[in-house]
Design a protein around this ligand. Structure first.
Ligand code: ADE
Length: 225
C-alpha cells in the first residue's frame, strides 16, 4: 500500500514512521509512505500557499492552486483510491474506517493548517473528510500520523502474529480484555488463576467475559449495535 501525505510542514512527520511496526512495514515493502511538501507547489518564489479569507475574519486559508496543482501532478502517476482531508469537522475515525482504508492500494492525505483549505478543493478532489476526535489540533499532521499508524499496522503481513490485530479493542465492537505477564504475583496481586491453567478454552471464555464486562462498564455505547 502507498500512503502519500501533502503537508505545509512535512517535518512534523519525520519520526512517527521510522520506528517499530511502521518501520518494519516499510522495510518489508508492504507499506510505502511518501511525504510531499506543499511549498513545492507554492504560487510564488516566497513560498506562498495561503491567503486571507474572503469575507474577512481571522486566520489564513490554504489556497486552491498549490493544492490542485500538487494533486494533479501526483495523480499523473495514477489516480488515488481515496483523497482524505483531515479536519475536525470530518467524520470521526473508527476502527472500521482503518480496516477499510487498509484494503486500498494508494491514498493521499491532505493536512490542513490555519483556518483550513479552500472549500473548492474539498468539493472537487476530497473523497473522505476525517476527524480523529472532538478537539482541534494546530494542524492535520498528527491526525494523519494517527490514521496512518492505525491503517498501517493492519495491512496483512505487517504484524508478526496476524491474529493479534483481530483481538484488538474495537475489532469486534468490544474493548480488549486485561492482559498479564510475569511475575505470577506482583505486590500481592496474583494473575487471575484461569490464565495459569493452560486450558485455552477456559482462557478464551474468560477473555470474552472480561472484554464484555469492560465494554459494559466503560463503553456501553459500543454494545448498542
Ligand atoms: N486538524 C485539526 N484538528 C483535527 C482533528 N481533531 N482531526 C483531524 N484533523 C484535525
Amino acid at each position: 500500500m502507498i500512503i502519500e501525505i501533502l503537508s505545509a510542514v512535512p517535518e512534523l512527520l519525520n519520526s512517527p514512521f521510522e520506528h517499530s511496526i511502521m518501520k518494519r512495514a516499510q522495510e518489508r515493502g508492504i507499506l510505502t509512505i511518501k511525504m510531499h511538501s506543499l511549498r513545492k507547489w507554492a504560487i510564488n518564489k516566497h513560498g506562498q500557499i495561503d491567503d486571507y479569507q474572503y469575507g474577512g475574519g481571522a486566520g489564513m486559508v490554504m489556497m486552491c492552486e498549490p493544492l490542485a496543482n500538487a494533486i494533479d501532478e501526483l495523480q499523473l502517476e495514477g489516480k488515488f483510491d481515496e483523497i482524505i482531508f483531515v479536519t475536525p469537522d470530518g467524520k470521526t475515525f473508527e476502527q472500521k474506517d482503518a480496516n477499510s482504508l487498509s484494503l486500498k492500494n494508494r491514498i493521499l492525505i491532505i493536512c490542513g493548517h490555519y483556518k483550513g483549505i479552500d472549500q473548492r478543493i474539498r468539493d472537487l478532489y476530497v473523497t473522505q473528510e476525517i476527524s480523529i476526535g472532538d478537539y482541534v489540533l494546530s494542524g492535520g499532521e498528527l491526525a494523519a500520523a494517527v490514521i496512518i499508524d492505525a491503517v498501517g499496522r493492519i495491512i496483512p503481513g505487517v504484524l508478526n502474529d496476524e491474529t493479534s490485530a483481530l483481538t484488538d479493542s474495537f475489532q469486534d465492537n468490544l474493548l480488549a480484555p486485561p492482559v498479564y505477564s510475569r511475575p505470577a504475583e506482583f505486590r500481592g496481586i496474583p494473575v487471575p488463576p484461569v490464565l495459569l491453567t493452560g486450558d485455552p478454552k477456559k482462557v478464551d471464555i474468560w477473555r470474552q467475559e472480561q472484554a464484555l464486562d469492560r465494554t459494559k462498564k466503560r463503553r456501553p455505547d459500543l454494545l448498542k449495535d
